[in-house]
Design a protein around this ligand. Structure first.
Ligand code: APR
Length: 241
């Protein structure tokens, strides 16, 4: 093992990596934001206005995720393989609220936009696992308050989770890979610039098409995630980047 092999890899993933598992992206022509109003279902104001509508939106998505036909794909599997076989640390930061990375076998990962299979109590802040429909009638199992449970999802206008840990990793990495994200939503869209500002890490974008941030990356690999991600992981494990 040479010195290069010990270096840290940080991977950012977005909705594009789960598209071939049957989950919709947000901003493609048939994406989630073409069918639902972001302001209504993904903001604290929308939830305050109409919690029933917001619960319905996430209940539908939760049901789709636990549908037996939705399974991790070859891209999720390749990133889990990279974590298992790379001699240095592989840290996966996902914007996705699905659990397909975990199901594929990734362990060192962080859901910066929260998790669909968890809920949070706005009264006592307890986060709990949740795989059923959620409604305004549910009562918090921890503090007993009714009507204060919400999806454990980061909405527009809210701070993504564990940003300190993410920025630390970005400043230390030798390779930053961005997979299946359109580069529209900050702070994730700014990670590539953060990496470039803090060192000489290699940066690569793997996506179906150039993202909004394409020009900030040193390398670009375009194609479906299930093809380009396994091939790129193979290349890393065979000798680096
Ligand atoms: N393989 C690779 N990339 C794909 C594939 C595929 N099979 N299909 C689509 N893509 C790409 C699209 O070209 C697009 O650039 O994935 C990207 C998905 O972009 P978005 O729909 O904007 O999703 P994402 O970048 O994850 O959105 C960020 O926005 O609404 C919020 O909170 C939500 O976490 C989400 C955030």
């Amino acid at each position: 093992m040479n010195e290069n092999d010990r270096r840290k890899i940080v991977i950012l993933t977005g909705a594009g990596i789960s598209k071939e598992s049957g989950l919709d992206t947000f901003r493609d022509t048939d994406g989630i934001w073409s069918k639902h109003s972001l302001e209504d279902v993904a903001t604290p104001q929308g939830f305050a206005r109409n919690p029933v509508l917001v619960h319905q939106f996430y209940n539908d998505r939760r049901r789709s995720l636990i549908d037996n036909s939705v399974l991790p794909n070859a891209a999720h599997a390749a990133l889990a393989r990279l974590e298992a076989e790379w001699p240095g640390e592989v840290f996966l930061v996902t914007q996705n609220i699905d659990d397909l990375h975990e199901r594929a076998g990734s362990h060192n990962l962080l859901h910066m936009h929260g998790e669909l299979l968890k809920i949070r109590c706005s009264a006592c802040r307890t986060v709990s696992a949740w795989a059923e429909d959620l409604s305004t009638d549910h009562v918090c199992a921890n503090c007993g308050t009714g009507g204060k449970l919400r999806p454990h999802v980061v909405w527009f206008g809210e701070m993504p989770l564990d940003m300190e840990r993410i920025y630390q990793a970005l400043s230390e990495c030798a390779l930053f890979m961005s997979v299946g994200t359109s580069g529209n939503v900050y702070p994730a869209a700014g990670f590539v610039q953060q990496v470039r500002a803090s060192g000489d890490a290699h940066t690569v974008e793997l996506n179906l098409e150039p993202s909004m941030k394409a020009s900030a990356f040193a390398q670009h690999v375009y194609g479906p995630a299930t093809e380009v991600v396994p091939a790129y992981v193979e290349q890393i494990l065979a000798g680096g980047w």
